[in-house]
Ligand binder design. Sequence first.
Ligand SMILES: O=P(O)(O)OC[C@H]1O[C@](O)(COP(=O)(O)O)[C@@H](O)[C@@H]1O
Ligand SMILES: [Mn+2]
Length: 667
Amino acid sequence: MKTCYTFYKRFRTCQTGGRGGAIVLKDKYLELLAKEYDSEEKVITELINLKAVQNLPKGTEHFVSDLHGEYQAFQHVLRNGSGKVREKISDLYKGILSEQELNEFATLIYYPEEKMQRIKNSFDRREDLELWYEVMIERMIKLISYASSKYTRSKLRKALPEPFVYIVEELLYKTEDFANKESYYNKIVQQLISLNQADQLLIGLSYTTQRLVVDHLHVVGDIYDRGPEPDKIMETLMDYHSLDIQWGNHDVLWIGAYAGSQVCLANIIRICARYNNLDIIEDMYGINLRPLMTLAEKYYDDNVPFRPKIQSGYQPSEDEIVQISKIHQAIAMIQFKLESPIIKRRPYFNMDERLLLEKVDYERQEITLEGTTYPLENTCFATIDPENPSRLLPEEQEVIDKLLFSVQHSEKLARHMKFLMKKGSLYLKYNGNLLIHGCIPIDEDGNMEEMKIENQTYAGRELLDQFEKFLRQAFANPNTIDDLATDMVWYLWTGEHSSLFGKRAMTTFERYFISDKTTHKEKKNPYYYLREDEEICRKILKEFDMNPDQGHIINGHTPVKEIEGENPIKANGKMVVIDGGFSKAYQPKTGIAGYTLLYNSYGMQLVAHQHFNSKEEVLRDGTDVLSVKRLVDKELERKKVMETNVGQEIQEDIDNLKQLLKDRYLK
Ligand SMILES: O=P(O)(O)OC[C@H]1O[C@](O)(COP(=O)(O)O)[C@@H](O)[C@@H]1O
Ligand SMILES: [Mn+2]
């Protein structure tokens, strides 16, 4: 069914003709379908199957955002399904097993390889270990049977560890005459143990459990920047069974760099230098930083505000810190210079006030902003010609050209960026909810804010669609580096009407060089306070043709300051902001270590995560750093697959199969 369906969809999107064309396509599709379903029985069986799936409870959706390179913490949340694994274990075994046993079992499922090793080391006698295997296999099978109760057998089969599918199915589908077969099942388990397969089986079943508790993952933006391992997050996502991504401003910065935007590229390197993560660029993505280092050594000295923020983990030496400070200055100055020509050639970006290098009085080391003059501190203007401050030195130009070449030839980065494009979008309408990283630009009265691009004016959904079109165009043409599409990717990072940024201006320059903190403030779009208002959220949902009675808006991007009493659930539950601070750098602001959202057939739940220190700690202490749950919404009736996006696709399949039945078989 899938092949034909995708084929037909592709056909439909290519279709340009009128209704006549559509009919021809439909006929062609039915012809294809008839090849796959070449008998009346096959059509009927599939119809029964699809109808049954429609009536199953909807699968669990899991929402995360603002991962910011925090791979370990993200892994933990994925592995424990934001507490779902522990919840299922408790449903089955609370009161039967002790707290410690429940924790141990949960930890085994989260980190099976490591936990298994620890447990095995704790046994002196083989018999005890074998007994443990038997008990665990039985518990695990029971748990899987329970966790898969709302899935079809075929879906469960796909989630089972491949080498053991047949055996596990035997164990799972024990019928009532179990008593007669008891010795048969025991024999299977004992055989597995004696053939040294128990470890592999338990590891496989642990991953099956993780997979079963979450049906679909939404990543509501900002995978990249600040934290140390975004590349590993990408690899994890690429292996994940079902997901979508809503790009964050940091993600489009990386996409922009790959798509040829030199200013985006300067930004990603600057941020990596700032957070002591240059090895992501060099070692993880194989981008050669040598030319930049040489330039940095030539023109810059140690400069304290440009020293990297050091978090836990690798501690650089004093020499390295000084070297990073120089690189940081070199790339920051290249970035500021590169901004200028874009601002000048795109007047409708309305960013003239950001032509800061041109406002500086280089003699007096001062700058005048909105009528006030500020002294500049810790400046590093060695490569600046005061007559033409935005002009790159030939050697700076050479550095950024070489960096771009290197970025565009990184095989790993290419894979990651293509995946981001394939699975990502600027916003997503999914099962009645609107998912978007940042905001919908609105004015103080809650009207959609307009932006003029060339000679056309756009607002609301149309504006976002336009942004996405530009982004895709820039990505498709990586060799064109100064066209509107490529400039627009940078605008998405920093422009006032960008749905990913949504602040008047990014005050990076001020934060480096001006001590008066009033200049650091980034004025937010009214969206960020009006979203507390239910009516505004309803209006936005309507703008996207969504049902405001049913839908929610789900945002990331702005850390929710729980510590100051901010509530992530806003507008009478219509708005949920899930940026709780996976990013270690932001945890002191939020007071927690991230939010995630779960949406199953019973409703939505927000989970607040407490600090995640390390996998080692979980393994050692067996405890889970979990999580307060708050009910966002409760469905009056259990939601079924037929009410979801997937359900709609299945309905189309059903309609087509019925048509086939009528046209070809019931004549
Ligand atoms: O904390 P840093 O690294 O100085 O970054 C601050 C910058 O990051 C931003 O907050 C954007 O990043 P977020 O999307 O993570 O909020 C800018 O508005 C701001 O200028
Ligand atoms: Mn963001």
